[in-house]
Write a protein that binds this ligand. Structure first.
Ligand SMILES: *Cc1c(COP(=O)(O)O)cnc(C)c1O
Length: 360
């Protein structure tokens, strides 16, 4: 078996090889202190520094001002579907949602359990092949926030421009955080599970404007309150130490690449290689409308499900793994997050050409 193949998995996803090598070393003996990273007390000076560095690197990379807290929480991005409305909405208040795919739908479901959700837009009728533009929907006056999923991991669509609204924005950025620069100021809250673009599974980064910390109702249990975690620097209870540490390493790696602006340029180049390939033939068909195409997850179909199965199998035999689309839409999906090497995309495009030549 080769040391390493190209892994197009949507998440957990490819991490930089140097990050993996460093982590492997530190797990056994962190910084030569004679204790492995995952054996360290989370209250130890060594680990407190790890967590602080991860926090400050994310703050720096994303230009997050001091009036936002950055939290490291557990429970995955999915827990945020409930925590957001639980903390930001009284039970009789509403949040507005743009239904652009599976993850938006799940968030709408949770918001409807604990408060009220206005679904202002849905692209479900066209298999979630696009995201809306600003004029396509209206937000109720009495809504507290406008919630959207910045990148729809499963359908391969992405907001090229974020919605503009007089309401505060809330976004699930699980699959494109740190992939491009943006201005945080219209946002009340942003969250992202780490395992797509930021690190291993086990930690969810929440960025919250600090005036929102006091909104939670009295009867909300302690662990579900953002304020609990904000007041204790994400150390109210044992945090996901290893995941936070790797997020810090990935952030360091990203800074070395030139930061978010530099990686956006590379992300655009990688995605363009694939979309140009798809557009150059009738054999491959992109799922997403052109104006909504994701730079992170490129979804496409072949003429038949049989050819798709053959394509995925043969790609895998050629060291191009994880190209099977999500079970809810089928087809193929190439997930090419920050850490995915450009050479892997070049190799995939070559493979696609060859596969079409033989099977087209
Ligand atoms: C993967 C994903 C989730 C779910 O994350 P979990 O950490 O598994 O709960 C939510 N939203 C988006 C956009 C995702 O890509």
């Amino acid at each position: 078996m080769p040391d390493r193949i190209y892994n197009f998995s949507p998440g957990p996803a490819t991490l930089p090889q140097e990050v993996l090598a460093q982590a492997a070393k530190d797990i056994v003996n962190y910084n030569n202190i004679g204790i492995g990273l995952i054996e360290l007390s989370h209250r130890s000076k060594a680990f407190m520094e790890v967590a602080q560095e991860a926090e400050s690197l994310i703050r720096e990379l994303m230009s997050i001002p001091e009036n936002y807290k950055i939290l490291f929480l557990q429970g995955g991005a999915s827990t945020q579907f409930a925590m957001v409305p639980l903390n930001l909405l009284a039970p009789d208040k509403k949040g507005t949602y743009l239904n652009t795919g599976t993850w938006a739908k799940k968030a709408i479901k949770e918001a409807s359990i604990v408060a009220k959700a206005q679904v202002a837009y849905s692209s479900e009728d066209s298999s979630f092949d696009h995201v809306p533009s600003d004029g396509d929907y209206t937000v109720d006056d009495d809504s507290e926030y406008l919630y959207f999923v910045s990148n729809n991991t499963i359908y391969g669509t992405q907001f090229a421009q974020f919605p503009k609204s007089d309401k505060m924005l809330v976004s699930d950025m699980s699959s494109d955080i740190l992939s491009r620069p943006f201005d945080i100021s219209p946002f009340g809250l942003v969250f992202a599970g780490a395992q797509k673009n930021m690190g291993p599974a086990g930690v969810t980064v929440v960025i919250i404007r600090d005036d929102l910390l006091d909104r939670a109702p009295e009867n909300l249990p302690t662990m579900f309150r953002y304020k609990t975690h904000a007041d204790k620097g994400s150390m109210f209870n044992t945090p996901p130490c290893f995941a936070i540490y790797v997020v810090g390493l990935v952030a360091k790696w990203l800074k070395k690449q030139g930061g978010v602006q530099a990686i956006e340029k590379i992300n655009r180049e990688k995605a363009a290689l694939l979309y140009d390939m798809i557009d150059s033939t009738e054999f491959y068909k992109g799922h997403a409308r052109k104006d909504s195409r994701s730079l992170m997850n490129v979804t496409f179909n072949l003429p038949t499900p049989e050819l798709e199965a053959k394509f995925i199998k043969e790609a895998s035999e050629n060291g191009l793994d994880g190209l099977k689309g999500h079970r809810s839409i089928g087809g193929c999906r190439a997930s090419i997050y920050n850490a995915f090497p450009k050479q892997g995309v070049v190799d995939l495009v070559d493979f696609m050409k060859e596969f079409e030549r033989k099977n087209g």
